[in-house]
Ligand binder design. Sequence first.
Ligand SMILES: [Zn+2]
Ligand SMILES: [Zn+2]
Length: 305
Amino acid sequence: MLLVLSTAVIGPPGFDGLAPYAGRCVALATCHGKERVLARPFRRALNLTVVVATGCETDRFGTFSGERPRPSHARETCRRKAEAGLAHTGLDLGLASEGSFGPHPAFPWLAAGVEWLTFIDRRADLVIEERLIAPRTNFDQRLVAPADDIGAWLGQVGFPSHALIARPHRTDGIGTPGSDPLIKGIRDPGQLALALRSCAEASPAGLVRLETDMRAHCNPTRLRAIRTLAFRLVRRIASPCPACGAPGWGLMDRLAGLPCGWCGGPTEGHRVEVRGCVACGHRLEAPRADGRRWADPGDCTRCNP
Ligand SMILES: [Zn+2]
Ligand SMILES: [Zn+2]
């Protein structure tokens, strides 16, 4: 009879708690040069090699410029992209990134980007994801005529280090699909002048819709956000579950109810952080990691109605 007395964490077969994926390759589905910021964190933290799934067309999951609508939420899209990279390469580890841009969830007058990064381990049937709300984004759009002075706006959106997209303005919607010019990746003033002219000619009102090009290779601010997220994801992948040893232990949820510093009543601020495992469902609740125990009375609906 064999008696197991050890209480050491023993993970699912094949997992080394410290380096669960050392020496393996992970397929990255991207057309937009994201390997530039993803390869290094994965190599350094996990000894994992990022392999670009060449020829894997990620635009079929939708494009920022709207020629193809996004079929689903960014999180779901990200997961589908990672799965497409797996299918394309035949590898059993996959990685994908997906961003969406719009009003900030808490401060709707500001623009924010939400970035997702998803890692799939098909052999162990694990999906490990991280999300980042990037408050620094140049996401914006503007209606202009070719003669307008848009110098200040161009500075604000980071042109020319950050590229632009131009298309004719139409009051009747998007015009005839495929017939209007849609000029992406505009990166120099000469190119911009030409794009303004041709799009204004195609617009009944002589106006051009200019917008920031949010594709990663056209947007250094976005690439930086993806790099920050990559460091978070590799840290999470390298964190074994205290119950089963599977990789991917980390923050799952935040519970609201941080007490107000004046009246002690619950506020919308988060009080508890829930960490969890993506494999066995083990969960642990703990006070917030930043040590904050009281909410600002300004955020309390009783003290500051
Ligand atoms: Zn209060
Ligand atoms: Zn677990």
